[in-house]
Ligand binder design. Structure first.
Ligand code: NAI
Ligand code: MG
Length: 363
């Protein structure tokens, strides 16, 4: 099978973090014969500077043809005044839309060495490894009507519409059940069926999908507000959480804070399997942005980007053992006391972006 990667480093610290992933790809090709082929493209502000668009048609075509896309980060003050359609984020939105990336995966993993510096009690987060799956292309962020109207009496009315069709719930539930099988085999579905029709349908379709195709997976349901509370109270009760676009946005940010720095958080966005080959389109990116405040200083934490590459190994190429090894290498380097500035604490050794990447490659 081919292993074609498109690298879109983007702006700010995006290229600095991507450089560390390039080292890993080179090492895997040289030492393990991994056979990755890479192409490079421009996205975000740098693409606007080069051709007036946040991503060119040529690079879009490369993304559609790649087995996986690795995305750094986009944006920065330099492009605050560019036309709306060409703003840096437009590149990411175009990729998500054209590749139909409906499943957003955000793992919350707490590395043992960082459990002490979490915002929660160490016993609550130590060894935490959960996966939040957010529906990314439907729901209230896209539903019509979406309007603000003037009511004429000094009042205005804002309308957002939550819309979900059966097939949208079925396919995101399918991703959750399939991934649960590769983990601890548990899915918790979250909605608000007590007050929302979309919650009623969500619950129905997840239950039916489970019964028809995934009865071996343990399924539970929770109201999304209670789910937020349980995530903070005792997150280790969960394995995979599946939820809609809005609740997923919020719950994944809550879960992010269980684990420490923004510089540590990876993500994946997956599309539907190809009818012929079964391969999914996929884009992997750190949760953080372009961090203009530290760009160019060589101090950015590359772990979020490297951990995103680990997700790529696991979900796009089935290289599960290699993904495990890479995640263990990250944990081991942290155990050795190496820290970039964003996760530095007393008694630890401060290293820059390149030294952190080198240490992970060596492990
Ligand atoms: P940000 O994530 O870039 O930075 C927030 C804070 O976290 C900053 O103090 C930054 O230095 C720190 N930080 C982030 N990643 C880090 C890392 N890997 N290592 C060490 N420290 C790190 O978010 P902010 O400042 O709100 O946005 C900056 C720019 O990034 C904006 O133009 C924004 O639109 C864009 N952005 C892009 C995203 C993307 O490409 N997907 C996501 C979020 C923001
Ligand atoms: Mg968010």
């Amino acid at each position: 099978a081919s292993r074609k990667l498109l690298l879109l480093p983007g702006d700010g610290i995006g290229p600095e973090a991507m450089a560390e992933v390039r080292k890993l790809i080179a090492a895997m090709n040289e030492r393990l014969g991994a056979g990755f082929e890479t192409e490079e493209g421009l996205v975000g502000g740098c693409a606007y500077d080069a051709h007036g668009q946040a991503i060119s048609e040529e690079d879009m075509a490369k993304a559609m043809a790649a087995d996986a896309v690795l995305f750094g980060a986009v944006g920065g003050p330099k492009w605050d005044a560019v036309p709306y359609e060409a703003r840096p984020e437009a590149g990411l939105l175009r990729l998500r839309k054209d590749m139909e990336l409906f499943a957003n995966l955000r793992p919350a993993i707490c590395y043992p060495a960082l459990a002490q510096s979490s915002s929660l009690k160490p016993e609550v987060v130590e060894g935490l490894d959960i996966l939040i799956i957010r529906e990314l292309t439907g729901g209230v962020y896209f539903g019509e009507p979406k309007t603000i109207t003037d009511l004429g009496n000094g009042q205005k009315r804002a309308i957002d519409t939550q819309v979900y069709d059966t097939f949208e719930i079925e396919r995101i539930a399918g991703v959750a059940f399939e991934l649960a099988r590769t983990r601890r085999n548990k899915v918790c579905s979250m909605e608000k069926r007590n007050v929302m029709k979309s919650g009623v349908l969500w619950n129905e379709v997840v239950t039916a999908t489970h019964k028809a195709k995934y009865p071996d997976v343990e399924l539970s349901h929770m109201l999304a507000d209670a789910g937020g509370m349980q995530l903070v109270r005792w997150p280790k009760q969960f394995d995979v959480i599946v939820t809609d676009n809005l609740f997923g946005d919020m719950l994944s940010d809550v879960a992010a804070m269980l684990t420490g720095s923004l510089g540590m958080l990876p993500s994946a966005s997956l599309g539907a399997p190809d009818a012929k080959t079964g391969a999914r389109k996929a884009l992997y990116e750190p949760v953080h942005g372009s961090a203009p405040d530290i760009a160019g200083k060589g101090i950015a934490n590359p772990i979020a980007m490297i951990a995103s590459f680990a997700m790529c190994l696991r979900y796009s190429f089935g290289l599960v053992a290699e993904a495990d090894r890479l995640e263990k290498a990250i944990a081991a380097v942290l155990d050795d006391g190496l820290r970039t500035r964003d996760i530095l604490s007393d008694g630890m050794t401060e290293v820059g972006t390149g030294a952190m990447g080198d240490a992970i490659v060596e492990k």
